[in-house]
Each structure stands twice: as structure tokens, then as C-alpha cells.
Design a protein around this ligand. Structure first.
Ligand SMILES: [Zn+2]
Length: 251
């Protein structure tokens, strides 16, 4: 199939969640990742995460790659910010529009991919997000972005979560999680959700704030915990640990 953005015929294996964020989840080289989809009995074992071979050409994938690289570096830096849990911390310099285009690109990929990769339906916002992500067009008022840092016990990254349509304070959004952050991409004509101060909404900002919160207060943290305690996830990681111990003992 042709590139879903420009129509070029030579598509590449485009990662839905950027590989850098997937690799970050893993602790050791060669360690595998388990992809669990709601309602799907068998989880999928993966090395680099899902990619769709008929979504994007190399040039268009590269456009999104720029925003993804920016977000990856920013989140890494922000994970080093120490502040009390439950507080709004200053980000320092940030290019809010790049974070917004990053979020729009990830969300758009999931609207344009195939059903078995976790396609989402957000109606006309799909084409709006595509413009925001691929064309350096002015960003409409119906979209904005905020990020929340989820802190696990030792502050590390243990999972990512693919985009899902969500609703906060009655306002529609797409939310997903990478790099131990939850990203809220507003897709709604109404004003921003007021549960966060205005400085947390990053569009057009060169300085912003983000909430630092315990992971267990959020669906992402809860899901991870629940899944990790149940089979088949528990068995998978149990087996992996056993193999690792055997390797260490045999050295
Ligand atoms: Zn293209």
C-alpha cells in the first residue's frame, strides 16, 4: 500500500511507537518485550515493538522522527528533575509546539494503521492531526498537549502504552505513555481541561510545567501492575529471570 501521508509507493517498516522509546523500557540487551492488547488472549513477544509496513514512506517517517527525537531527549532530561510527588515542576526551556507535533504524529499513526496494530477512531481529528504532524501549518485551537511524569519506585521506565481515545473533565483527548510520561493530546474545540494549571498546556510555549505523580494513581501504572501480577505476563518474566539466573550461574 502507498504512504498514507504523501502517496509514495515505497513504504518502509514504520514503528508505531518509536523504537527508541521501546528500547528504553528494556533493562538489558537482548531482553524481550511483551506486547499485551486488551481483549487479546495471547500476548506478543517482541524485540523492537510493532511496526506497520504499509503506513509511511521513508521521507514521511523521517518528518515524524524529528519530533520523536526531540520528545525522547526532552523526557530523558525531565526524568532527572526532582520535585515532590503531586507538584507541578518547571521544565526549563521547551519547544511546546514540537511536543505537540510529536503527540499528533503518534496519535495519527494509530488512526491510520491496521486494526490488529491497535487502530483508534477519532473521526475528523485524524486528518487534522496529520496536518499538524506533517505540515508546518499553524496549530488549531482545538488541539493542545500536556505531559505528566509517572514515578515508579526507582524512577525507571517499565512500559509504554499505545494511544487510546480518552475524556478528562468532559474534554476529549488522545492519551498514551512513553518514557515514563503520560501524554494528553487534547482533541476538542472546548477550552483546555482546568485540572492542570495553564502553564502545563504546552502549545506555543518556550517554558512550561509538568505534574510529577506516583504511577499507581494512573491507569498506566495500575494496568502495568495488574498485568505484571497475572499470567501470562507473570510467567513470561518469571521464565526470563530463570533463564538469566541460569546464564549467570554457568558463567
Ligand atoms: Zn510519504
Amino acid at each position: 500500500m502507498a504512504c498514507q501521508n504523501c502517496g509514495a509507493s515505497d513504504t518502509i517498516k514504520a514503528h508505531l511507537i518509536p523504537e527508541a522509546f521501546v528500547m528504553e523500557v528494556k533493562v538489558e540487551r537482548g531482553e524481550q518485550l511483551l506486547i499485551v492488547h486488551e481483549g487479546q488472549a495471547r500476548p506478543k513477544v517482541s524485540n523492537t515493538g510493532n511496526y506497520d509496513p504499509s503506513l509511511l514512506c521513508a521521507a514521511c517517517d523521517g518528518i515524524l522522527g524529528r519530533w520523536e527525537g526531540y520528545a525522547y531527549t526532552l523526557f530523558k532530561r525531565l526524568r532527572g528533575v526532582r520535585a515532590e510527588l503531586g507538584s507541578f515542576a518547571a521544565m526549563g526551556h521547551v519547544d511546546g509546539d514540537q511536543i505537540l507535533r510529536f503527540a499528533a504524529g503518534i496519535a495519527w499513526k494509530f488512526t491510520a494503521t491496521q486494526k490488529h496494530f491497535g487502530k483508534i477512531d477519532i473521526g475528523p481529528y485524524s486528518s487534522l492531526l496529520k496536518e499538524v504532524a506533517f505540515e508546518n501549518a499553524p496549530i488549531p485551537s482545538s488541539v493542545d498537549v500536556a505531559v505528566v511524569r509517572l514515578v515508579e519506585l526507582d524512577g525507571d521506565v517499565y512500559y509504554y502504552r499505545e494511544p487510546v481515545p480518552a475524556r478528562h473533565g468532559g474534554i476529549n483527548s488522545v492519551r498514551f505513555s512513553v518514557g515514563s510520561f503520560v501524554i494528553y493530546l487534547k482533541t476538542d474545540k472546548r477550552p483546555n481541561d482546568r485540572t492542570m494549571p495553564p502553564e502545563c498546556w504546552l502549545k506555543g510555549r518556550s517554558e512550561g510545567k509538568f505534574l510529577i505523580a506516583p504511577a499507581e494513581y494512573f491507569t498506566e501504572g495500575k494496568l502495568h501492575r495488574e498485568l505484571a501480577m497475572k499470567d501470562p505476563v507473570r510467567r513470561f518474566f518469571g521464565d526470563m529471570r530463570t533463564r538469566k539466573q541460569t546464564r549467570t550461574q554457568n558463567k
